[in-house]
Design a protein around this ligand. Sequence first.
Ligand SMILES: Cc1cc2nc3c(=O)[nH]c(=O)nc-3n(C[C@H](O)[C@H](O)[C@H](O)COP(=O)(O)OP(=O)(O)OC[C@H]3O[C@@H](n4cnc5c(N)ncnc54)[C@H](O)[C@@H]3O)c2cc1C
Ligand code: SF4
Ligand code: SF4
Ligand code: SF4
Length: 396
Amino acid sequence: MDFLNDTKLCTGCGACANICSHGAIVMKENEKGFLKPVIDVAKCKHCGLCEKICPVINFKSENFASPKVFAFINQKENERMISSSGGVFPVFADYILKQGGIVFGAVYDSEMKVCHTSADNSNQIKKMQGSKYVQSDTKYTYRETKSALESGRYVLYTGTPCQIAGLKSYLRHDYENLLTIDLICHGVPSRKVFEMYKKELLEENKDSGKILEINMRDKNYGWGYKSTETVKTTNSTYHTSADNNVYHNVFLSNLSINDSCLGCKFNKIPRTGDITMGDFWGVDDFDGIVNDQKGVSVVLLNSSKGKEYFERINSLQSVFAKELPLDFVIKYNTNLVASSKPHRKREKFFKDVIKGKKTLRALKKKYLTPKKRILKRLFKTIGELLKKTVKKVLSV
Ligand SMILES: Cc1cc2nc3c(=O)[nH]c(=O)nc-3n(C[C@H](O)[C@H](O)[C@H](O)COP(=O)(O)OP(=O)(O)OC[C@H]3O[C@@H](n4cnc5c(N)ncnc54)[C@H](O)[C@@H]3O)c2cc1C
Ligand code: SF4
Ligand code: SF4
Ligand code: SF4
């Protein structure tokens, strides 16, 4: 990765590993647990292709500067309940499958690690539904996408904005039969931190079984920013609210997200995908849409192709869509246009993760418990304010 001056900028999209036909690049987890390319200099032929297609260096989106935005609800309740927000993804995925196409998205593999894979039937699509808040390994799905496109098949590729930029850079030109959908992205947590979490979850519950399923946004307990996570093992089922879940705590406080997410080049408009999907967090303050706690999405139409597909989808009876002002959506979901701010102790947190001596729960306690000193000062200030108010009232 010599061509990226600052390795912290590398998103781990995998475009360079996909393009190198000499097998000189492999994606490996660094000590923090993020995928980064490793170059085998003995195999490298110095063709410069990996540098040329790296989206951090060379990507420029040609998409709309002022996309139309819609609130979106998939009316097929069983589909929406498996999805994390309003169930946008399965509607577009079904449409592509009906054209004989193929869909790429993120799944848990047999070891409960997150990676991108392809689907050509509805059972495989179900595995892609649900947000997996961890960096996904795109593996060689860019190569697979190219060969599907060149064989004339319709392809839907979904992922984070940097993964869509990676795919487009790898392909180097647009294909009529390719539709891309990016996510509004808070950032991706470390794969190493995710491994710590899974291991500790079993240990804390004295569960000698195997994790079978993780639903990070279980909507049977409502839909919201602070939702419920359900984990099924061979022995038991565990539910925790995001508020009380160490993994979500360190993710949402920006301790565990990738270096590249802190100054992200892709969380902005124009977006990288033809369509963007995310949660409609402002729904409670918006007249005309009822929050039934089962999820509402926002959809941005970023290109002519995105608009065209949306019009076809919108004519289906199983879809509810209503146009929204873009500013309103951004107000409640700033990651649409800006990076998450780093936690001030993020580097120290990762030093501890690398040392491997403390559990994730201990690290959460160390970095996310307000210090006694701060609390003391706060109580003192409140006490003084109270005293002043009482004095004022008595003197009247
Ligand atoms: C790491 C991450 C951060 C996010 N941050 C925000 C945010 O700040 N604000 C917001 O509004 N929405 C965010 N989202 C998007 C949101 O959680 C939903 O995924 C989105 O609204 C689509 O919902 P759905 O119901 O249509 O999709 P679902 O039917 O639930 O389908 C999930 C889709 O997400 C893809 N996906 C799941 N996990 C990953 C992953 N790890 N990497 C790449 N793709 C993945 C799947 O391939 C599939 O296309 C984030 C998602 C992820 C994965
Ligand atoms: S310069 Fe060419 S051969 Fe060397 S790693 Fe990059 S793509 Fe592979
Ligand atoms: S192509 Fe992607 S993985 Fe490779 S260096 Fe650039 S950002 Fe990193
Ligand atoms: S915040 Fe940016 S760099 Fe991080 S995963 Fe999302 S799109 Fe990629």
